[in-house]
Design a binder for this molecule. Structure first.
Ligand code: APR
Length: 313
C-alpha cells in the first residue's frame, strides 16, 4: 500500500511541529508548503526534519515547496496559513489578514486536493473553516476545524494539575466557538468516571474554566506569538483518527445542520472522526446554563461569519 500524503499549508510554527509529529508517528509523507518568499525556509525545515528522522528511524519523507502541484492528491490537508496573534489581539482581529489567505488556499485545495480530509487551524477558526468549506464546496464531512481538541486539552491539563491526577484520567469536553466564550461542559467532565465536581471545589473549577477560556491569550502574552505545540497535537489527533479510522469521539468545529438548534454555522461540537471524516455529529443534551453559554458563543461566531460573508469575494 502506498504511503499516505499529508500536505501542511503553512510552514511556520504550527506547520513545523505538525511535520515533526507526523514524521515521528510515521503517518505518511509530508509536504511543507508556504508562499514563494518562504519556499527556502520550508525546504530548510523539511531537510532538518528528514535529517532528524535518520536518528529516530522514521521513513517518512518531508519536502518543502511553494508549488501547489506538489500537494496534489493529498489524503490530508492541515491549514495553518495566515498570521498568528500578537499580545493584546483577539483571534477575531486576524480576520482581515487571514480571510484572503484562506480564500486563496481554498481555491488551490479545490483544484489540487479534492479528496483530502481538510483540517483548518487558522484563526479566527470558526469563520475560517466556514469560509474554506463554502468556497471549496467540499462535503462538510471532509472539512473540520481544530479547536475543541486543543481547548479540551487545556481544560484537561488544568483539571489534572488541580486534582493531582494523571492527565490520562481526565475526560473533558469544551464546545462552542474557539474564542473567550467557549463552553467547557462540566456535566460531561469526569476524572476516570468520577464527576469532576466531586473532586474539585466550585470556586477552583470556575477559576479553571476562566483560565481555559483565556488559555490561548495567556500563551500569547508570555511568548509574543501564539501557541504551537498543543495546536499541532490537536490537529494530529484529528488526522490520526481519520487516517487510522479510529472512530474517536472528540470536539471539533463541524458544519451544523440542525444539531444543537443551529444551521449553516461551524461550531465546536462532539463528533466521531474516522475514515469518512466527520462521520457523525453527536447531539448530547446540555443543561440550561450550558445551552445559554453555547448560544452566547454561537452569536460571537455568527458576527465574524457575517463579516466574512459580506467581504467582497
Ligand atoms: N499559503 C501558504 N502559507 C501561507 C500563506 C498562503 N497563502 N500565507 C501565509 N502563509 C504562511 C506564512 O508565510 C507562515 O509561514 O503561514 C505561516 C504561518 O506560520 P506562523 O506565522 O508561524 O503562524 P503559526 O503560529 O503557525 O499559526 C498559524 O494558526 O493557530 C492559528 O492563530 C494562528 O492563524 C494562525 C495560524
Amino acid at each position: 500500500m502506498a504511503r499516505k500524503k499529508i500536505a501542511l499549508i503553512g510552514a511556520g510554527n504550527i506547520g513545523g511541529e505538525l511535520a515533526n509529529m507526523l514524521v515521528s508517528k510515521q503517518l505518511g509523507d509530508v509536504v511543507l508548503f508556504d508562499i514563494p518568499q518562504k519556499e527556502n525556509f520550508a525546504k530548510g525545515k523539511a531537510l532538518d526534519l528528514e535529517q532528524a528522522s535518520a536518528l529516530s528511524g522514521s521513513d517518512s519523507r518531508v519536502t518543502g515547496s511553494s508549488n501547489w502541484a506538489d500537494c496534489a492528491g493529498a489524503d490530508v490537508l492541515i491549514i495553518t496559513a495566515g498570521i498568528p496573534r500578537k499580545p493584546g489581539q483577539s483571534r477575531d482581529d486576524l480576520v482581515a489578514t487571514n480571510l484572503p489567505i484562506i480564500r486563496s488556499v481554498a481555491d488551490n485545495a479545490k483544484k489540487y486536493c479534492p479528496n483530502a480530509f481538510s483540517i483548518v487551524v487558522s484563526n479566527p477558526l470558526d469563520a475560517m473553516v466556514y469560509e474554506f468549506q463554502r468556497r471549496t464546496g467540499f462535503a462538510s464531512a471532509k472539512v473540520a476545524g481544530m479547536a475543541g481538541a486543543l481547548d479540551s486539552a487545556r481544560y484537561q491539563l488544568f483539571l489534572a494539575r488541580e486534582a493531582g491526577v494523571s492527565v490520562k484520567d481526565v475526560r473533558a469536553l469544551v464546545l462552542g466557538g474557539h474564542g473567550d466564550d467557549m463552553v467547557p461542559i462540566s456535566s460531561a467532565t469526569t476524572i476516570n468516571g468520577v464527576p469532576v465536581d466531586r473532586l474539585i471545589a466550585k470556586d477552583k473549577l470556575d477559576a479553571i474554566i476562566a483560565r481555559t477560556r483565556g488559555g490561548g491569550g495567556e500563551i500569547v502574552s508570555l511568548m509574543g506569538t501564539s501557541a504551537y505545540y498543543a495546536p499541532a497535537a490537536g490537529a494530529i489527533a484529528m488526522a490520526e483518527a481519520y487516517l487510522l479510522d479510529q472512530k474517536r469521539l472528540m470536539a471539533c468545529a463541524a458544519l451544523l445542520d440542525g444539531q444543537y438548534g443551529y444551521r449553516d454555522l461551524y461550531l465546536g461540537v462532539p463528533v466521531i472522526v474516522g475514515a469518512g471524516g466527520i462521520e457523525k455529529i453527536v447531539d448530547i443534551s446540555l443543561t440550561a446554563d450550558e445551552k445559554a453559554a453555547l448560544e452566547k458563543s454561537a452569536s460571537s461566531v455568527r458576527k465574524v461569519v457575517e463579516v466574512v460573508k459580506n467581504a467582497a469575494q
